[in-house]
Design a protein around this ligand. Structure first.
Ligand SMILES: [Fe+2]
Length: 189
């Protein structure tokens, strides 16, 4: 199976994007990230907490970005039902599927199975690394903006409406992943 077909099968949320160019951008950016990092199997990529360098299993990179894409799509449909809003769902869903692609460059897998930042002495976090991938693959400014501003790095700029939605859906997924992965289980009553 080709790399393109593999990524397409792993990301069924691509069907939420009507633009063939944006669908291709999501696929190409993931192939570029896998080709140039140690993560050659998208299903094996962990969802790493950028603040602690720990895996947030059982959530994975794929389950995280897929949930964010579905949540963003649903929220934008709801917002666009109102005459107050007219957000671009294609841009937002593509940005959702790409927002954490830079994680594959931010972290490395250690021999003991733990994770660490690749360049702790000169850190560049995944929003900037992901933006670089998206732009190098021909991504437009609106999608690159979502990737670059989805985390706290974007708190000092005016996010686009689509980036605001991605930011908040990402936080919901992140907070719940931390709750499940890091908190001790509740003892039975
Ligand atoms: Fe994320």
């Amino acid at each position: 199976m080709t790399a393109t077909r593999t990524v397409e099968m792993l990301l069924p949320e691509l069907s939420l994007i009507s633009s063939p160019d944006l669908r291709d951008l999501v696929v190409r950016s993931h192939i570029a990230a896998m080709t140039n990092s140690e993560w050659s199997d998208l299903e094996a990529v962990p969802y790493i907490d950028s603040h602690t360098s720990k895996s947030l299993a059982p959530m994975t990179y794929l389950s995280h970005i897929r949930w964010v894409a579905r949540a963003v799509d649903a929220m934008i449909k709801s917002l666009n039902d109102s005459p107050d809003f007219s957000l671009d769902a294609d841009t937002a869903v593509a940005g959702s599927l790409l927002h954490d692609v830079g994680l594959m460059f931010e972290f490395q897998l250690n021999s003991d199975g733990s994770f660490a930042m690749r360049h702790p002495d000169m850190p560049i976090r995944h929003p900037a690394l992901g933006m670089q991938i998206v732009l190098s693959e021909g991504g437009n400014r609106a999608v690159a903006h979502i990737v670059a501003t989805h985390s706290y790095e974007g708190d000092r700029v005016q996010r686009s409406p689509e980036a605001v939605v991605v930011r908040h859906c990402d936080v919901v997924s992140y907070d719940l992943a931390r709750r499940v992965a890091l908190d001790p289980p509740l003892s039975p009553r």
